[in-house]
Design a protein around this ligand. Structure first.
Ligand SMILES: [Zn+2]
Length: 273
């Protein structure tokens, strides 16, 4: 028999097998089953569509959110560089934080990035060991990648807390930026996560992880230093990205097309005049 939790991912699947009832059990499973919305809206129309739990541990919801965040990140970077991206000044950054104190982490990181005049977009997540980390894209026009890494290591001095990488060479800048962000907030369910945290990968461990994750209060979004004009341009870019993306979805091709990039850079060019 196929598990009801399959679509929402391994967490929902484990939950269906565990004897524990958690506050996340029913929402995760309702999302996995694709339950239809019930009741009426504020304007007294029947609610349409399917239930989305939007939980951080739901693979289904996080995949959707990731794609959206990836698009947003690319549009912001593209807008902030006027469509002339120089990969030497764009990096994929990963920072680990020892405690589960999102506010403290956020404050330290944001202050550092502001001081360095870095534009950034990404997301915080909880690892299976319960600690916090973040993946984000940094646009660091004022310093080299090495300088950025050095400066961040002074703020987060723990061993291997800061990793600043170039974008994947085989990918286009758009693909690379979107990929980094798309997976930044997804639940830790990769093969490597199971191997490295085998003690957590059972119902007990799972419930412990869910509790740790739930203890982190506040928005997981990490974004800053983009100007109002960056944001306005990015919004137009996303609007331009929308049409071709829909067409792609209906023909079953999943990767981004050159047409999307062209449409996006057209907007940038028009805005530049
Ligand atoms: Zn969900």
């Amino acid at each position: 028999m196929k598990s009801r939790g399959r679509k929402a991912g391994p967490f929902a699947e484990l939950i269906t097998r565990t004897a524990y009832l958690t506050p996340w059990t029913e929402p995760l499973l309702a999302c996995a089953r694709g339950d239809r919305l019930e009741g009426r809206t504020a304007s007294n129309r029947p609610r349409e569509g399917r239930y989305n739990c939007r939980l951080k541990t739901c693979c289904k919801c996080q995949e959707k959110a990731g794609i959206r965040a990836g698009k947003r990140a690319w549009s912001l970077i593209n807008a902030a560089t006027d469509g002339k991206v120089d990969r030497n000044f764009i990096s994929a950054v990963h920072v680990n934080y020892e405690e589960r104190d999102l506010r403290g982490f956020n404050r330290l990181l944001k202050n550092a990035l502001r001081r360095l005049n870095v534009k950034y977009t990404g997301e915080y997540a909880v690892s299976l060991d319960g600690s916090l980390h973040t993946h984000f894209i940094a646009l660091h026009s004022d310093q080299t990648r090495e300088e950025l890494e050095q400066a961040l290591k002074e703020v987060f001095p723990e061993d291997r807390s800061v990793v600043v990488d170039e974008l994947k060479q085989r990918q286009s800048t758009e693909e690379a930026v979107r990929n980094v962000i798309q997976y930044a907030g997804t639940p830790p369910v990769k093969k490597g996560d199971r191997r490295d945290h085998f003690r957590l990968w059972n119902p007990d461990g799972l419930v412990r992880y869910l509790i740790l994750d739930a203890q982190v209060q506040g928005s997981r979004k990490l974004e800053g230093m983009f100007t109002l004009s960056d944001k306005a341009k990015a919004k137009e870019l996303r609007r331009a990205m929308k049409k071709p993306m829909r067409k792609i979805a209906s023909t079953g091709i999943s990767s981004t097309s050159a047409a999307t990039a062209d449409a996006a850079s057209d907007v940038i060019r028009q805005k530049g005049r």
